[in-house]
Write a protein that binds this ligand. Sequence first.
Ligand SMILES: Cc1cc2nc3c(=O)[nH]c(=O)nc-3n(C[C@H](O)[C@H](O)[C@H](O)COP(=O)(O)O)c2cc1C
Length: 207
Amino acid sequence: MKLLRIDSSVRLENSKTRMLSDHFLTEFGKKVDFDLKTRDVGISPAPFPTDEFIKANYTKPDQRTEQMKEVLSTSDTLIDELIEADKVIIGSPMYNFSISASLKSYIDNIVRVGRTFALDENGAMKGLLAGKKVVVITSRGAFSYKSGAALESFDFQQSYLTALLNFVGITDITFVNAEAQDFGQDNVKATNFEEAKQQLSELATVW
Ligand SMILES: Cc1cc2nc3c(=O)[nH]c(=O)nc-3n(C[C@H](O)[C@H](O)[C@H](O)COP(=O)(O)O)c2cc1C
């Protein structure tokens, strides 16, 4: 079983998403042996797409120059390791009600026609990564993003990542969200963090 862990917090210390991903991996490792590949785009971001990248991407693979292949090489590496993975853990801090720029630039590198989605003769799009399981571990500074709560409509993180993963064919997605990690009172912070840990421990037994 091949597992890919993606981290996208820019924090070097005390990152809640990293701590929760560590916890989940420890718990999951009690049940299953796996080969782990880690990709930390928070610390080493993937490059933003450029004009050259777009031109290379939209050139048919057999017509690409050596320079175009070079321009796409990081993206190809990221896609190869994603295709290889059976299961994926994504650590995603909420930044300005959505994902971090580091995770967005990763996404801009891995969503590519002919590699992670395809177009049929009618122009309909089909995701090519079907069958993978994903757990997304988020941390948010504030609280009230839960269903029916005050900031529910501000949560573009879960809706965006769900739509994006669906687009590339992934439908087995579980979110575990730790809220109130910056602005909650200490006991609220701790309770929310422990609840997320507990959810992850339970998920590890069935994932
Ligand atoms: C640039 C930036 C933007 C943020 N925006 C939000 C936000 O919109 N809503 C929120 O609840 N928390 C926000 N936060 C707080 C983070 O979600 C919180 O610190 C979370 O724990 C980050 O994950 P990490 O601990 O793994 O870095 C923001 C933090 C940063 C650094």
